[in-house]
Design a protein around this ligand. Sequence first.
Ligand code: NAD
Length: 296
Amino acid sequence: MTTKVGFIGLGIMGTPMAANLQAGGCQLFLYDIKAPAASLTAGGATVCASGTEVAKAADIIIVMVPDTPHVENALFSETGVAAGLSKGKIVVDMSSISPMATKEFAKKINALGCDYLDAPVSGGEVGAKAASLTIMVGGPQAAFDTVKPLFDLMGKNITLVGGNGDGQTTKVANQIIVALNIQAVAEALLFASKAGADPAKVRQALMGGFASSRILEVHGERMVKRTFNPGFRIELHQKDLNLALQGAKALGISLPNTATAQELMNSCAAHGMSGLDHSALCRAIEMMSNHDIAKA
Ligand code: NAD
């Protein structure tokens, strides 16, 4: 494949995703506000001076930045992607951002004669490196079909959910499930530990049964081993739960347990833990009970 692909936002996730596209034969045009990884340029990628330059050089432009304002800036600032687009190009936002803002961004890109896909991912840095990300897509079928070979280089479980915004809505749903699971695992392991059982053995015993989950496996292990280096930072999960709670307000529904999970994240942030992995949510629950699941 010799597709010309733009990649904007080369952080924890973007760098390995771009590396997989490069390994798959794509010609890459990169832009980040920081210098992109030397391994990508050594592999032949071109570093551009702006998003506009990326959009002029590439046919498909992928964005992987932290939050809604960063996507807006990457696409619509004076030197952003939109200023360099011409008819027929496709913009693919793989960041996790607001579903409502996504619909507005898509309309503005469509007005330039280009398609827009929202395609957030799940699977973390591990999944990004292993090209095993789950990719949840919103947008037109034809654009999805065109970009699918690129998605295949970065992920495994790839679903076109519906129109623009539906990919981001799916990702918010994903983040609700993950946050509530982390909370459940933390409370269960705290209970077991305070009762005098070995939390590592409890986790091991539960892994085969109905309560098993990827969260019990991966985050449960982090809680027991006290390895809270990120991974997925608490501040990014706070952003996703904000999207869930703002969405709930706009839709007129109640998400009581999501609100609790967000308050626990807020408590972690108040204790200086915004940059830790989201498995450190257990620290908030531990502080409430004055008992740690395990000793560091
Ligand atoms: P990160 O902070 O490591 O990387 C973001 C990159 O975007 C940085 O290199 C930053 O310099 C760059 N950037 C910011 N604003 C920019 C702009 N206007 N123009 C160009 N570059 C800009 O974040 P990450 O962990 O790679 O996460 C990226 C997105 O993926 C987020 O939306 C996050 O929620 C989502 N996500 C992350 C994970 C994870 O485990 N880290 C998992 C799934 C989804």
